[in-house]
Write a protein of this length. Structure first.
Length: 385
């Protein structure tokens, strides 16, 4: 498989200029077919030895592929349904006391807010918010005073969903670790769009989705737990398959691996489809993927800068950003811009229905024609105003 095959194998990109991979990606036909093939195979007789064993083997192979894609070990990976699963595992795995605090950024996805908001009511914890600004030194200066002896965890995005900015996560992690505070990164907007390396980041936890830039089936994702934090994090969601051993009198020994946080009946075919999507990217070459997203995103920023009146909210330097470009047009709501572009068969994402920000997320299937349609639609709207 080559880079140019992705567009050919993703039919929706022939009809729409698809700029919503940071929300939900389209899926390549081979990924859909492979997932369906495993679903049919598994459902033909899930407990039959010739079926059950093969599906479980393929499921564990997906775990290994996910681990390789982020430079982790397979025993540090939980396979789940989305990014929020991992956030909940951390949030519910800490012995909270009233007055404990959590540090978030002020631009987190609801998945990395609502869980913590619930804990404010349930446990009496305090939330502290780090302002996300383009000046990294300013962010670091604001971060240090938020940390104290009652900070139990820092939970922030690797890439900001609202601006596409790469947060200075490694410096933040180093400062937090100096205070013995673990760090959870929300990797929903980074995994598959920019290189992600657990050893280089040195975070404690990393939650991510398969259904965004990886273009894997809906309801797939993963969660990394650094090996030394597996025992530290207490499982709240637990059940059959979490255990190494148990008896009939209450004795229980959990698995030594991160998959102690998995339990119960799973949709294994979707997870095998996740692994197949990773095979496709591995064959294309991750370096080719990341280089294309960078080059196309830079061109997108340059083109949008040429639109009179348009305000860009994403850092111009790609080293400080990602595959997300966010803009606004004074005098127009995000909903109005989305509706106007939809008439041109351009799919973008309004970050707030009653707000102003529009998010464009680029991928390797986007071509020059997509960019032309995007810019033409915006310019037409500006002219009509």
């Amino acid at each position: 498989m080559k880079l140019h095959d992705v567009r050919r194998l993703t039919p929706i990109t022939q009809e729409y200029a698809y700029f919503q991979s940071s929300g939900f990606s389209p899926k390549m036909e081979p990924v859909i077919e492979e997932t369906a093939r495993w679903a049919r195979f598994h459902n033909a007789g899930a407990v039959a030895p010739g079926i059950h064993d093969k599906v479980l083997k393929a499921f564990e192979e997906t775990r290994e592929k996910v681990a390789r894609s982020i430079h982790a070990d397979a025993d540090e990976i939980v396979l789940g349904e989305n990014t929020t699963i991992g956030i909940n595992i951390v949030a519910n795995g800490i012995d909270w006391q009233p007055g404990d605090n959590v540090i978030l950024s002020d631009k987190e996805h609801p998945g990395n807010r609502i869980t913590w908001y619930s804990h404010v009511r349930r446990y009496g914890i305090e939330l502290r918010f780090l302002p996300v600004v383009h000046d990294e030194e300013e962010m670091m200066d604001a971060f240090l005073p938020l940390l104290d002896a009652r900070t139990r965890v820092v939970s922030i995005s690797h890439v900001c969903r609202r601006t596409g900015q790469r947060l200075p996560v490694r410096p933040l992690i180093d400062v937090a670790h100096n205070r013995d505070v673990p760090v959870l990164l929300d990797g929903a907007q980074s995994y598959g769009a920019i290189p992600v390396d657990m050893r280089a980041l040195d975070c404690d936890f990393y939650a991510f989705s398969g259904h965004k830039y990886i273009m894997a089936p809906q309801g797939t994702g993963g969660f990394y737990v650094r090996r030394d934090r597996i025992e530290w994090l207490k499982p709240s969601w637990i059940g059959s398959h979490s255990q190494k051993d148990f008896d009939n009198e209450g004795g229980l020994t959990l698995l030594d691996e991160a998959k102690r946080f998995e339990f119960g009946t799973r949709n294994l075919a979707d997870q095998v489809g996740f692994g197949y999507a990773l095979d496709c990217w591995q064959e294309i070459g991750w370096s080719n993927v990341f280089a294309y997203i960078q080059e196309y995103t830079d061109r997108t920023k340059a083109a949008l800068q040429g639109v009179s009146g348009l305000v860009l909210h994403t850092p111009l330097s790609y080293e400080k950003s990602s595959g997300i470009v966010t803009f606004s047009i004074p005098g127009h709501t995000a909903a109005e811009i989305q509706e106007r572009l939809l008439e041109e068969k351009v799919l973008v994402s309004p970050l707030e229905k009653d707000g102003a920000l529009i998010r464009v997320s680029t991928h390797v299937f986007n071509d020059e024609g997509d960019l032309t349609r995007l810019v033409a639609g915006i310019e037409s709207m500006v002219r009509s105003r």
